[in-house]
Design a binder for this molecule. Structure first.
Ligand SMILES: C[S@@+](CC[C@H](N)C(=O)[O-])C[C@H]1O[C@@H](n2cnc3c(N)ncnc32)[C@H](O)[C@@H]1O
Length: 259
């Protein structure tokens, strides 16, 4: 799914304009939208706040960085209908070239099944996630993980903690030249992500494995993983995705080196 902004406001303007000017200008901009888009913006859920425009933006905006490097806040009407989950099945990314948000499913999502994204970084702990959502979004999370039995939450916490530690150990092992150990950890990380149902971006790990095998001098495995990474980025990637380009270059370099 691709979604274009109905409203896009520079962060400088939000920070600097006098509140009543800001609200008037944004309201005027919404008023000038085509009828259907305008209705979809006014039909969005409301956050706290006395002022309509502030409460719509507060509960429904996404921060995006435009090609000029400037941070903006946008209302993307379709994305704004998607709820948060600490166990998401999709994620979104912003394409500067398309000026659009692209939704990407981590796993197959059946028709009728709810699309869920994480509004917050996934590595946060349970309590931190709840606090972040309350402080920044103003709601108590009711996702399936937050409502799971205590034992399931603590199992999930343990796995996430372990994943963070493993990522650190992997980096240390790579830096110190223990490539074989780093390769084992990268494989375990993929397995953990599957158990947790927290989709890692698998191509990222295939890229890591390609890099480690290359460092180890195992060109055959490096090429296999580079190819898997490239296939993954084609699936997950965007038109302006650097990772796809980097992956393509790595694979080409490996193929050239062996020919
Ligand atoms: C961007 S909107 C999401 C779509 C909205 N639920 C709707 O029906 O249009 C964000 C608002 O949805 C609600 N929400 C989203 N995820 C939630 C969750 N995990 N638990 C409780 N409320 C949630 C909150 O009220 C939040 O301010």
């Amino acid at each position: 799914m691709v979604d274009y902004p109905a409203v896009l406001v520079g962060l400088d303007f939000l920070a600097d304009a006098k509140p009543h000017h800001r609200r008037r200008i944004i309201k005027q901009a919404i008023g000038q939208l085509p009828e259907l888009t305008r209705e979809s913006v006014y039909g969005l859920s409301r956050g706290d706040g006395t002022y309509e425009v502030d409460s719509i933006l507060g509960a429904n905006s996404n921060s995006v960085t435009l090609a000029d490097g400037e941070l903006h806040v946008g209302v993307f009407p379709k994305v704004a209908r998607i709820n948060h989950s600490c166990r998401p099945n999709a994620y979104y990314r912003f394409s500067q070239r398309r000026l659009a948000i692209e939704m990407v499913a981590y796993v197959p999502i059946e028709a009728g099944q709810e699309i869920l994204i994480s509004y917050i970084p996934l590595h946060l702990k349970h309590g931190e996630r709840r606090k972040y959502l309350k402080d920044n979004w103003g709601f108590e999370c009711r996702c399936s993980l937050c409502h799971a039995p205590e034992s399931e939450i603590s199992e999930s916490e343990g796995r996430r903690r372990q994943v963070n530690e493993m990522k650190q150990t992997l980096q240390d092992a790579r830096r110190d030249g223990y490539y074989k150990d780093a390769i084992t950890i990268a494989g375990d990380l993929l397995q953990f992500a599957e158990w947790e149902g927290i989709p890692l971006l698998t191509p990222e790990y295939h890229d890591t494995l390609a890099d480690l095998y290359l460092l180890k001098g195992d060109m055959a495995n490096a090429t296999t993983y580079a190819r898997m990474a490239l296939n993954g980025w084609v699936q997950f990637g965007s038109v302006d995705d650097d990772q796809l380009e980097n992956s393509r270059r790595l694979l080409q370099g490996l193929v050239d080196a062996q020919s």
